[in-house]
Design a protein around this ligand. Structure first.
Ligand SMILES: Nc1ncnc2c1ncn2[C@@H]1O[C@H](COP(=O)(O)OP(=O)(O)OP(=O)(O)O)[C@@H](O)[C@H]1O
Ligand SMILES: [Mg+2]
Length: 307
């Protein structure tokens, strides 16, 4: 079992048509045909959208994405058109709303990994590969890879795991040329972001991007442009590890939802991630610690104070 513990209702805003409720974001279309992407404070863990929000999380993710988009603009165009909140929208949309180009999203989660952990480690332990890429012997949880690798996954429905696939499967789905462009861009963006994070004492272990094609911006000769969409380089889409605590051979402390996962797995929550029952509400103390972790990630990466 999995999915939403409580399915959120879309907000009614004059002039906006509700398109989709994702795990974290609500999507609307405005009268100009642009996509209005609103990041909520929802959190998912173990393929469930939890019944407890993390205050400000959607704003932190949105502001951090914007900060990164600026630093990546010479590598790949992004989907952001403006941050102006549509007239008549709730005041709370300020800071969490992006007006975006409506892209035809490619059905691939473009993951880059510079370090071994998570689903990559599971595959490595079984067969010494990650997404079909053979890796050297002797790597452990948290090891740095000889070079960053592109490890694509196919996007799953809410409540399902994304599935890691070999590069050839991506080429079959989107065509050889686009697949090559996805791999090249994913690794270029990862490399840039890894270096920026490293200067700030943070290891970018891995990260996921979503790309789409801008068919409106299509030119007859060049065809549709590849554009980076969704959120980028946030604690929800990436593993950030404090560099000074990095120690291969164990689970690394991380700036993401690890505190929530640990609590949900603990006897204190009384919940079984493998069972049929929805997860319980998070205690206030856990909510505070997770929020502080997101703020810390934002502040350390950007060097700005989260007000
Ligand atoms: N510029 C864009 N144009 C169209 N769709 C976009 C764009 N940017 C992001 N998306 C889509 O918007 C959704 C963002 O919502 P969210 O992150 O909550 O979803 P998710 O839980 O990751 O996935 P799902 O939407 O399948 O539940 C994703 O489906 C993403 O692919
Ligand atoms: Mg998402």
């Amino acid at each position: 079992m999995s999915g939403f513990v409580e399915k959120p209702q879309p907000v009614q805003v004059p002039g906006l048509i509700h398109l989709h409720t994702g795990k974290v974001r609500d999507l609307y279309r405005d009268e100009a045909g642009l996509l209005v992407m609103v990041a909520s404070d929802r959190t998912s863990a173990f393929d469930w959208v939890l019944p407890t929000d993390i205050p400000d999380k959607g704003k932190i993710l949105t502001q951090l994405s914007l900060w990164w988009f600026e630093r990546l603009a010479d590598l790949v165009p992004n989907h952001v058109v403006s941050t102006e909140v549509p007239a008549g929208a709730p005041a709370d949309w300020e800071g969490r709303t992006l007006i975006c180009r409506n892209l035809r999203m490619l059905p691939v989660e473009c993951v880059a990994r510079g370090y071994l952990t998570g689903s990559g480690l599971l595959e490595y332990d079984e067969q010494r590969t990650v997404c079909g890429i053979t890796l050297p012997e002797g790597l452990v949880d948290g090891s740095e890879l000889p070079a960053p690798i592109f490890t694509p996954a196919l996007k799953a429905e809410v409540g399902e795991h994304d599935e890691n696939v070999p590069y050839e499967e991506v080429a079959r789905r989107v065509g050889a040329e686009t697949a090559a462009q996805l791999r090249q861009t994913t690794l270029a963006v990862y490399g840039r972001a890894r270096d920026i994070a490293r200067e700030r004492g943070i290891i970018l272990a891995d990260t996921k991007f979503e790309f789409g094609l801008d068919e409106d911006g299509e030119s007859a000769e060049a065809g549709p442009t590849l554009v980076i969409g969704d959120e980028v380089l946030t604690p929800d889409s990436s593993r950030f590890w404090p560099a000074d605590e990095w120690e291969p051979g164990r689970t690394q402390p991380s700036f993401d939802k690890q505190i929530i996962r640990n609590w949900l797995k603990s006897p204190e929550s009384g919940w079984d991630p493998a069972g049929e029952t929805p997860p319980p509400a998070l205690p206030a103390e856990i909510v505070e610690r997770v929020q502080a972790r997101y703020v810390e990630a934002y502040e350390r990466l950007t060097g700005l104070a989260w007000s």
